[in-house]
Design a protein around this ligand. Structure first.
Ligand code: NAD
Ligand code: UFG
Length: 337
């Protein structure tokens, strides 16, 4: 099958492209490289022996999209392209709505014009907001608490309205929990620009000596050890969830909304300890004040994904740390190495 992957040089996109190529698909990657590097394509080729076709460009570029759909027999789109920094989204809401929402609308218009009506969309657990109950099931109320989350929920709404207007659409809304880890080859992984916002890449950079110590944002939450609890999921498990969603869309029209998580909550302290084991060294940390906007605890109800996709996560937190450490220690400067 010919698949257009937007954002395919990014963290989750690159791991998914590897699995798509390994499954024999023809893959076109469209990415404007605003948060990733072109070297990713060489690394994907090293892993698979089979380079994807790479087009450097923007999903908001209508002319480019028209050309892509005219030149290739694209059957489905996996849409990763978007901006994802929560804090930045609050500072620059128009930039986020323009890229994430308007960008998706342009893409969908051009898909419709080309009669390509199958899409897998990167949504997020952040659409649920403050937990009313845990684990979050797919029917949990939707109430995002920041601009990034609203932008994801808006695109979910656009896709649902589109599918209502035309029953030919096949849509999978995948609500990711916290992706971490890296491909077992150590050739691709998460390479954040600047100071990492997220826990796992920060811990990995402390371990490799790029940062002096970790700040733990609060140890007075009402959780098992006082630190924040999340559902970390190995990026390769997340990637295989996309292949399962493609199989589902072959057989089913309409809209699928599904969590991609493990169902397990891990605290900040538990993650630090798992990483210390993986890297065989102590991670220096200091407990500081809570980070504004953080929820104390959430994790997925993973039953529906298993039922509807026949998919479940395979890797535990130890393996996520081992694979992150392999990537970070082999590439202390990310794709610049
Ligand atoms: P990432 O930043 O590594 O990848 C996104 C890619 O999209 C980047 O390579 C970037 O250059 C590209 N891009 C951004 N805007 C573009 C545009 N207008 N045109 C073309 N390319 C563009 O992020 P990721 O972690 O791989 O996330 C992928 C998707 O999953 C995003 O939509 C993100 O919001 C979503 N998501 C991520 C997480 C997470 O914690 N990583 C959680 C839930 C959902
Ligand atoms: N944390 C620290 N120190 C750090 C970074 C994080 O203690 O330096 C803690 C946070 O307080 C939280 C946990 O580690 O308790 C996880 O934080 P992350 O930043 O790794 O992940 P978040 O759950 O805050 O954010 C993730 C995605 C967002 C998404 C959000 C909600 O990165 O894109 O989940 O789904 F919006």
């Amino acid at each position: 099958m010919t698949i257009l992957v937007t954002g395919g040089t990014g963290y989750i996109g690159s791991h998914t492209v590897v699995q798509l190529l390994e499954a024999g698909h023809h893959v076109l990657v469209l990415d404007n490289l605003c948060n990733s590097k072109a070297q990713v394509i060489d690394r994907i080729s090293q892993i698979t022996g089979n380079p994807p076709q790479f087009i450097e460009g923007d999903v908001r570029n209508r002319k480019l999209l028209k050309q892509l759909f005219a030149d290739h027999a694209i059957e489905t789109v996996i849409h990763f392209a978007g901006l994802k920094a929560v804090g930045e989204s609050v500072q620059k809401p128009l930039m986020y709505y323009e890229n994430n929402v308007s960008g998706s609308v342009v893409l969908l218009e051009e898909m419709a014009a080309a009669q390509v009506k199958s899409i897998v969309f990167s949504s997020s657990a952040t659409v649920y907001g403050e937990p009313q109950f845990l684990p979050y099931t797919e029917s949990h109320p939707l109430k995002p608490i920041n601009v990034y989350g609203h932008s994801k929920l808006m695109v979910e709404q656009v896709l649902q309205d589109l599918a209502l207007s035309d029953p030919a659409w096949r849509v999978a809304l995948l609500r990711y929990f916290n992706p971490v880890g890296a491909h077992h080859s150590g050739l691709i992984g998460e390479d954040p620009a600047g100071i990492p916002n997220n826990l796992m890449p920060f811990v990995a950079q402390v371990a490799v000596g790029k940062r002096a110590q970790l700040s733990v944002y609060g140890n007075d939450y009402d959780t098992k050890d006082g630190t924040g609890v999340r559902d970390y999921i190995h990026v390769d498990d997340l990637a295989s969830g996309h292949l399962a969603a493609l199989e589902y869309l072959k057989k089913n029209a309409g809209v699928l909304k599904v969590n991609l998580g493990t169902g397990q909550g891990t605290s900040v302290f538990e993650l630090i300890h798992a990483f210390e084991k993986a890297a065989n060294q102590k991670i220096p940390y200091e407990v500081v004040a809570r980070r504004e906007g953080d929820l104390s605890e959430y994790y997925a109800d993973a039953k529906y994904s298993k039922m509807v996709l026949g998919w479940q996560a395979q890797y535990d937190i130890d393996r996520m740390c081992v694979d992150t450490w392999r990537w970070q220690s082999q590439n202390p400067n990310g794709f610049n190495d």
